[in-house]
Structure formats: structure tokens, C-alpha cells
Write a protein of this length. Sequence first.
Length: 103
Amino acid sequence: MLENTKKGTVPMRVLSLCEVDYDTMVSVINICDAIIRDYQRDEGRQWSKELVRWMDMARDHVNECISELVDMPAVGALVNENNELGMLVKLNTALVAARMFPE
């Protein structure tokens, strides 16, 4: 969508901001993945609250893009994809929290 958007327009700015949010979120998820791999090597070790903070940061970037897209017309598919991504991040956060704080 960004490539097909006219330069200097509000939609281009909004899509550019979402692209930054998405790239940042991917970087944060890669950090989360590295944290999980480190903890899997030492099964007796507790997961760190640091992981939950990083996952919260990923969710914040998903939410930021959602808020930027609200007033932009004709981006329904992108909003749907972003919402699905947000649900995946929430699910993963819940799974991590369940592992960190078992009953």
C-alpha cells in the first residue's frame, strides 16, 4: 500500500508510521524469541519478567499502528491484519504469563 500511495499525503505519512511500528515490533519479537531460546536451554530457570515487558512493547507498537489507521479510509484489510497481529501478540503474552506464574 505504501508504494502505491502518493508522496506527501496523509495516507503516506500514516502508512510510513505503521511501517516503522511494524519493523520495531518485529525487532522486539526477535528479542523475545532470543530470550525464550536462552531460557529453554536451562529448564530449571524461571522466565524473566523482562520477557513480559518486551512483549508489552510489541503490543504497544501494534496498538500504535491501529490508532494511526483509525481515520484513514480504504485500509480495511490492513486494519484486519493488524488486529490479527495484535491478537497473536496478546495470546503469546498470556501464554508467557501463564508459564511465569503457574497456579
